[in-house]
Design a protein around this ligand. Structure first.
Ligand SMILES: [Zn+2]
Length: 164
């Protein structure tokens, strides 16, 4: 069993809220360590309020136990460093869009870790037609981590994942 095999298996574990996107796409896997047949995976929870952490833990354990050579699997949730929406991969952002969710804008967070927001938030491009003629409809979408926008181009509502 290699670390690469573990990462490949983790790429099969879906975000319970957004099935086309894996926890690897979301940048939630902080670290993988293997000692003998024992594997420890450190997961960075995304948004407080929509974690579905128990499901993720169960899915990670079930998926990794199917990898040849893997025995015990430990899943730890780490909050430091905190997850940022900047960790979502380019592929993940594409998959969010294909699911009808505009990916979050860059957090504008100072890479030095000062946590300062440097950029104002702009209206996101519509994931369906690409128009930037969109406006905020409701800050609170179906989950705490998404906002509802309305596209004035193709006249339909869509969600945007909030930046964090
Ligand atoms: Zn549109």
């Amino acid at each position: 069993m290699t670390e690469a095999a573990i990462w490949a298996a983790l790429a099969d574990v879906r975000d319970p809220e957004i099935p086309p996107v894996s926890i690897v796409d979301m940048g939630m896997v902080h670290r993988v360590t293997a000692e003998g047949s024992q594997v420890r995976v450190e997961i960075m929870p995304t948004f407080v309020g929509c974690p579905a952490l128990d499901i993720i833990r169960r899915d990670v354990v079930n998926r990794l136990r199917a990898v040849p050579g893997v025995g015990e699997v430990e899943v730890a949730f780490v909050f430091d460093p905190p997850w940022s929406s900047d960790r979502i991969t380019a592929e993940g952002r594409e998959r969010l869009r294909s699911f009808g969710i505009a990916p979050p804008p860059p957090s504008g967070r100072d890479p030095a870790g000062a946590g300062r927001l440097l950029m104002p938030e702009e209206a996101p491009a519509c994931p369906y037609c690409g128009s930037t003629d969109t406006h905020l409809e409701n800050l609170f979408g179906p989950t705490a981590c998404r906002s509802i926008y309305y596209c004035d181009g193709c006249r339909q509502p869509f969600e945007q994942m909030k930046r964090l």
